[in-house]
Design a protein around this ligand. Structure first.
Ligand SMILES: [Zn+2]
Length: 366
């Protein structure tokens, strides 16, 4: 029996809630986490049609990218379209969960998917977050250092970029005196004991801290484990907004626009003046990404692909790069498929589907 919370807990290991932006409202929207989950429908937006589809297919959890409640909602009245949807969800016993900027801020999420779809290589984050990692330092008797280190690695510590099992180890002398109620692994009570120990240092992603500390306590032989956790100011390539990558071979600007138009089935692409340069390095950000134009310029990319650009934003290209606005829905449309695939991989025998409804509220008159 799968409960709704089992699916959500899994999604939060992929895109932890603390990675959402301060203005966001990712997470639970409506429903009972303890409810038995009949199946999952994934969609970019919550609409009445998407809810009808879920009810028809007997899928009682809807995972959406855009949080339906984004601004303060002070009344639940049928005159308000959001309130109408929430009322319907509650009456129909549906659970709704939003995975928004926390999914934008992990590289495998919205932006990694866009990069894959257009064939970029060597993809990394365009605007890395800070304050995402910590350093764990612990002191282990020589005899058990290998075991503790291994179990920290197994729990996810020591991962830096394309390297795993990174640690620094120094040997030294630890001292301790066990008091009355202690049950020391080595040494006698009331006597200072000296033990040859290894100081193990590893970095860890903040969200894995509980798991890693459990691994430390389970593998460390001492009754009371000595350890320190330090905040780190480093920025890491895997967490943050937008993505940047390279094409295997440079292409023409018009070729890029054609590739975007076909890949994202966009009605029209708005773009800044051609720069007459070949396109090799591309930055991108699904959805409203105007705030990252500055990061794209700093990284000296040949093109920046995003959506929701205004008239004045196009001037920022300044002849240095090609700015392309491919549409908000268009840029993020594959997110429902990405979520569908991720949940199926974890729950292979479970009913999971992406919506068959087009929720794009923007239409093109051609
Ligand atoms: Zn969006």
């Amino acid at each position: 029996m799968v409960q709704v919370k089992d699916i959500i807990n899994f999604l939060e290991t992929l895109a932890p809630l603390h990675l959402q932006e301060s203005y966001d409202n990712s997470g639970w929207v409506v429903g009972d986490p303890e409810q038995v989950c009949n199946g999952v429908l994934t969609a970019l937006d919550l609409t009445l049609e998407v809810m009808d589809e879920a009810i028809e297919k007997n899928l009682n959890l809807i995972v959406v990218h855009h949080p339906p409640i984004f601004k303060g909602l002070k009344q639940i009245l049928p005159t308000n379209p959001v309130a109408r949807m929430l009322t319907k969800a509650i009456k129909s016993d549906l659970c709704v969960y939003a995975i928004h900027t926390n999914l934008d801020n992990v590289l495998w999420g919205v932006n990694g998917e866009i990069a894959n779809r257009i064939g970029l290589k060597n993809t990394r984050v365009l605007s890395p977050l800070s304050d995402t990692h910590q350093k764990l330092v612990t002191f282990v008797p020589l005899t058990h250092a290998e075991m503790v280190r291994e179990s920290l690695f197994q729990a996810g510590a020591g991962a830096i970029g394309n390297y795993r099992e990174c640690s620094f180890n120094t040997s030294g002398m630890g001292t301790f005196k066990a008091l009355e109620n202690a049950n020391p692994f080595v040494g006698e009570k009331y006597q200072q004991h000296k033990e040859e120990e290894i100081r193990i240092e590893v970095i860890l992603p903040k969200q894995l801290q509980p798991l890693i500390l459990t691994a430390l306590h389970n593998s460390h032989p001492y009754e009371t484990v000595a350890y320190d956790i330090f905040p780190l100011n480093n920025k890491f390539d895997e967490l943050g907004a937008g993505a940047i990558g390279e094409f295997p071979a440079p292409i023409d600007e018009k070729e890029l626009l054609l590739l975007l138009k076909t890949t994202f089935k966009t009605g029209v692409i708005k773009h800044s003046p051609y720069t007459a340069k070949k396109i090799k390095t591309v930055a991108l950000c699904g959805g409203s990404g105007k705030s990252l134009i500055i990061n794209a310029l700093r990284n000296k990319v040949d093109a920046y692909v995003t959506a929701d650009l205004g008239y004045h934003d196009f001037f920022e290209a300044d002849g240095k790069l090609l700015l392309a606005d491919i549409g908000h829905f268009e840029s993020e449309q594959y997110t429902s498929e990405l979520l569908e695939k991720a949940i199926i991989e974890k729950f292979p025998t479970f009913a999971v589907q992406k919506t068959g409804k087009n929720t794009n509220p923007v239409n093109y008159f051609l």
